[in-house]
Design a protein around this ligand. Structure first.
Ligand code: C2E
Ligand code: MG
Ligand code: MG
Ligand code: MG
Length: 280
């Protein structure tokens, strides 16, 4: 009896797994097609504001995929497939191209683009990024590449050389989602990063949980001593905003100020200078 039930359960499990694998295969072939046709993929932009004067500091590019049958897909639903299949390389280039062309029309603000560790393994990544910047006529010092600790900590010589080349060209390296990886405060000093983004899970807890507040405090304090600006991501309410301002975060990003905007809404947002100054 138990044995039979076990077998039935296992069959159910393997059929679920089959379905999941089929779904991933489908996403991969659909993504390949979307990239070839350049259709369905969209770059959204989320503003970042300075804490001190509540002015627009920059925009972060965030990919979306309007799938013909599955609807609007968030990056978490297809970035893993893109990484697994290597499609993240052409996809990453495309996001960077689109975002650079968009931001070249709006001087004075920075452009943040997320980079997958898989992209970093590409031999000529630094050269390609510089080429894309040149083609779009965007000053390299306006580009911030957001990487997670896992990617930056990699001791691979090629990756270190690549990051060095990018920094030498003027591009800034940002440590994204700080606190979620093997985070250690000593990394802040050892890694050559130009900015740190505190993960939204800490920001989310900050007003309710003393430990999260203490962590954000400690990270921000150390970063300030080291001369590294700190961004808080995922700011959703004014209590979090007020605390983060007191703690001394340099920049803020979150639904409180703006959700990620479509290209069209981004142009409208940027055209309306009044929106560049936010009063929380
Ligand atoms: P991330 O770089 O840490 O981006 C922040 C994520 O938090 C975004 O999710 C953003 O929409 C969301 N967010 C912003 N403000 C708030 C808030 O106040 N509350 C909450 N709950 N969430 C907020 P999104 O756009 O779904 O992106 C998820 C992740 O996918 C990104 O995390 C990034 O790691 C990755 N990603 C997005 N676009 C790209 C891309 O072009 N290339 C690569 N390699 N990765 C990307
Ligand atoms: Mg990011
Ligand atoms: Mg982040
Ligand atoms: Mg994140």
């Amino acid at each position: 009896q138990a044995k039979r039930e076990g077998r039935a359960c296992f069959r159910r499990f393997t059929s679920e797994l089959d379905k999941h694998i089929q779904h991933l295969r489908r996403l991969e072939s659909d993504l390949r097609e979307a990239l070839a046709k350049k259709s369905g993929l969209e770059v959204y932009y989320q503003p970042l504001f300075t804490t001190a004067d509540e002015k627009l500091a920059g925009m972060e590019a965030l990919i979306r995929w309007r799938h013909p049958e599955l609807g609007l897909l968030q990056p978490e639903e297809f970035i893993p497939v893109a990484e697994e299949s290597g499609l993240i390389v052409p996809l990453g280039d495309w996001v960077l191209q689109q975002a650079c062309l968009m931001m070249a029309q709006w001087p004075d603000i920075t452009l943040a683009v997320n980079l997958s560790p898989v992209q970093l393994r590409e031999e000529n990544l630094a050269e390609r990024i510089v080429e894309i910047l040149n083609e779009a006529n965007l000053d390299p010092s306006r580009l911030e590449l957001e990487l997670t600790e896992g990617a930056i900590l990699n001791t691979n010589e090629n990756i270190r050389t690549c990051l060095k080349k990018l920094r030498a060209a003027g591009v800034k390296i940002v440590l994204d989602d700080f606190g979620t990886g093997y985070s250690s405060l000593t990394h802040l000093q050892k890694l050559d990063v130009d900015k740190v983004k505190i993960d939204k899970s800490f920001v989310n807890d900050i007003a309710a949980n003393d430990q999260s507040e203490a962590i954000v405090h400690a990270v921000t304090y150390l970063a300030r001593v080291l001369g590294i600006p700190v961004t808080a991501e995922g700011v959703e309410n004014s209590r979090q905003h007020d605390l983060l301002r007191i703690i001394g975060c340099t920049e803020m990003q979150g639904f409180l100020y703006s959700h990620p905007l479509s290209a069209e809404d981004t142009r409208r947002f940027l055209a309306d200078k009044k929106k560049w100054t936010h009063v929380a």
